[in-house]
Design a protein around this ligand. Structure first.
Ligand code: BES
Ligand code: ZN
Length: 636
């Protein structure tokens, strides 16, 4: 024990990270060490030496699926050490130099660790200010998806996009890939001249003949927000600081769908202070994009599956925009603090939607989020992952992607709604506004947030502290009993309609005229478990679910179709699974199929054709569900 403490203390002094003994894994709540944190998913040792600026110069080669170039870093050698550590995974390092004079220096790649990759140790001197890493990415770089023309909307040119969150930036740039390390960057990228190249930075709005583009990101960001997208895309402005990029054939639809974006941005600023990133643009990617959206600074990446034609799925834009405060400005220090990014953003998203579309609308979003939360709690309990229902996670030794569930979103936002209801809106809004400005461009641990909450909101009021009960919300699994519940008349009406239908009213006579997507989702989610095939057909005939152009409604309907073996929907289901790579849709559908032997057989047949269209984030999840060996089907 004594020896352990001495060791701990020595480690603390030397590298200023918390010690890895079982009883002292994290800085304790309320301890003076709370601002020191250890990121279990990065090899970097920020207390020794950190990057402060990246100057990236790269050539993108579509034929060989490689990104080749040099990452020039300005570093801060805090401790006068003789080494600096970077994260890499599947990178070929050609050479490393140091200083402006580019003196070649020795480097070493560490042992390969599953999903973490390899540490790159570069020799430096206490005076070293610049480190230049010459390297090339491999075709299998997990962040990057290389698309053939066939996989794009216009089908003429190839396409590339990256997805760096959570720990995939290291597969295309050697970097200190920890959300607790921030740096500014500039870049020079050369791409085939038929294509436009964009980054999470200042961006061009049209192609040039040279295919060479320059970028600047003057606000410090963490590595998971590094992003690159290359394709034959065009730009259309919405107002002077917002706009949309998309392939030609979908630009009109995208522009129309997102027309309220400027209003959303104003609403967000009214709530929590000025937008700090200059422009806010959105690019609509091909359907293989594995997420709904990704908050890459200045340029949100979005799935085309939110182009519903009626603006009903644009809360996703509000969500990614909200990350410009919660996440991009005040950033979770490690992936264990993921709820600080997503819980705050999900709360903020609903506040933006309320401001732009009204309280009734926002209530439906809250109610759907609550349903998602109940489903997640049930699933995680059944899977033996009850500890993952805590807001503060313990992902050490695990792939962060496995533990970063919807709990962070739905329980996290409900916790903030709970505080809002206790303190009143005005007080809570003021608190949040200050939280964002006081901590701008910094990283935040859960413990530092709690201290901020104590200092600026609770202020010694023990009664208030008891009512908020932060400890239970954050460190205990499940949901505290006194959690808020959001009721909406509109969903109650939907439930009345379901009752009427089950009582004999024909489906087409139900009063569904004014229903929005959200009411339809509630309708489908509340269907009884024992629907007959005749009932499924009646619903389909009356409401044309199988032919719906709305991806959320379709996915919910397919879920029912699989459960009730409603085969009329299968051809469309198959087409959907082949075309769309968004993991949130794929995962529950493949899981539902895998529940029966015939379903599993069908799923595996579809997957053979679908897998080549998926990004690694999605196929890694589905491989596991279908117990798929990468050698099967000879793809990817
Ligand atoms: N930052 C997330 C996406 C993400 C999370 C990528 C974890 C990698 C690891 C993004 O902001 C997000 O939450 N997207 C959601 C949309 C949202 C409306 C809930 C999605 O993609 O579904
Ligand atoms: Zn998010």
């Amino acid at each position: 024990m004594f020896k352990n403490s001495v060791l701990c203390f020595a480690t603390f002094i030397l590298v200023l990270v918390s010690c890895n003994t079982s009883e002292n894994k994290q800085p304790q709540k309320n301890s003076p060490m709370k601002n020191l944190f250890h990121d279990p998913h990065s090899f970097a040792i920020p207390s020794e030496a950190v990057i402060t600026h990246l100057s990236w110069d790269a050539v993108v080669d579509f034929e060989n699926k490689s990104i080749e170039g040099v990452a020039r870093y300005t570093i801060d050698n805090k401790s006068g050490t003789d080494r600096i550590l970077f994260d890499t995974r599947d990178l070929i390092i050609h050479k490393v130099t140091r200083g402006k004079e580019e003196k070649e220096t020795s480097f070493e790649l560490g042992e390969e660790k599953e999903f973490l990759g390899q540490a790159l140790r570069v020799s430096i001197t206490p005076e070293t200010q610049y480190v230049n890493i010459y390297y090339k990415s491999k075709p299998e770089a997990a962040a990057v998806q290389w698309l053939t023309p066939q996989q794009t909307a216009d089908k003429k040119h190839p396409y590339l996009f990256t997805q760096s969150q959570a720990i995939l930036a290291r597969t295309w740039i050697p970097i200190q890939d920890s959300p607790g390390i921030r740096f500014t960057y500039d870049a020079h990228v050369k791409v085939p001249s038929e294509m436009l190249s964009l980054m999470s930075a200042s961006n061009p709005q049209e192609k040039n003949e040279s295919g060479e583009y320059d970028y600047e990101m003057n606000q410090p960001i963490p590595a998971y927000l590094m992003a690159l997208v290359i394709g034959d895309v065009v730009f259309r402005p919405i107002d002077e600081r917002t706009g949309v990029y998309a392939e030609k054939s979908i630009i009109d639809a995208a522009h129309w769908e997102f027309e309220d974006m400027d209003e959303m941005l104003h609403a967000a600023e009214e709530l929590y202070g000025p937008y700090r990133w200059d422009r806010y643009d959105v690019i609509v990617l091909p359907p293989s994009f594995p997420f709904g959206g990704m908050e890459n600074p200045r340029l949100t990446f979005a799935t085309p599956t939110i182009l519903a034609g009626d603006r009903s799925l644009t809360s996703l834009i509000a969500h990614e925009m909200a990350h410009s405060w919660s996440g991009n400005l005040v950033t979770n220090a490690t992936w264990n603090d993921f709820w600080l990014n997503e819980g705050f953003t999900t709360y903020f998203e609903k506040r933006i939607m309320e401001k732009v579309y009204g309280a009734d609308y926002a209530k439906m979003l809250w109610a759907l989020s609550y349903q998602d939360l109940q489903t997640d709690l049930k699933d995680l309990k059944e899977e033996g992952l009850w500890n993952d229902t805590k807001l503060k996670l313990d992902l050490e030794g695990r792939n962060p992607d496995d533990g970063m569930t919807n709990i962070a979103y739905d329980k996290g936002s409900l916790f903030l709604l709970h505080i809002e209801r206790i303190t009143g809106r005005e007080t809570f809004d003021n608190f949040l506004k200050n939280y964002f400005s006081d901590n701008a461009f910094k990283s935040m641990t859960t413990e530092a947030f709690l201290e901020y909450l104590n200092e600026h909101l609770i202020k010694g009021d023990s009664m208030l502290a008891r009512r908020i009960n932060a400890d239970a919300w954050i460190y205990q699994p499940g949901l505290p009993e006194d959690h808020p519940v959001v009721k909406t008349d509109r969903f109650e009406k939907v439930e009345e309609s379901i009752k009427a239908w089950l009582g004999g009213t024909p489906a087409q006579d139900l009063p569904t005229d004014k229903w929005t997507t959200h009411e339809w989702l509630h309708f489908l989610r509340k269907m009884p478990e024992d629907l007959s095939k005749t009932q499924m057909s009646e619903l389909d005939e009356a409401f044309h679910f199988t032919d719906s152009g709305n991806s959320e409604i379709l996915a919910e309907w397919f879920q029912l179709a699989i459960e009730h073996q409603y085969e009329a929907a299968y051809p469309r289901l198959k087409a959907f699974l082949i075309q769309v790579g968004r993991r949130k849709f794929l995962k529950p559908l493949y899981e539902e199929l895998a529940k029966t032997p015939e379903g599993l057989k069908m799923a595996r047949e579809i997957y053979k054709d679908a897998r080549p269209n998926y990004h690694s984030v999605s196929y890694e999840t589905i491989d596991e569900i279908l117990d798929w060996k990468p050698s099967e089907g000879q793809n990817n």
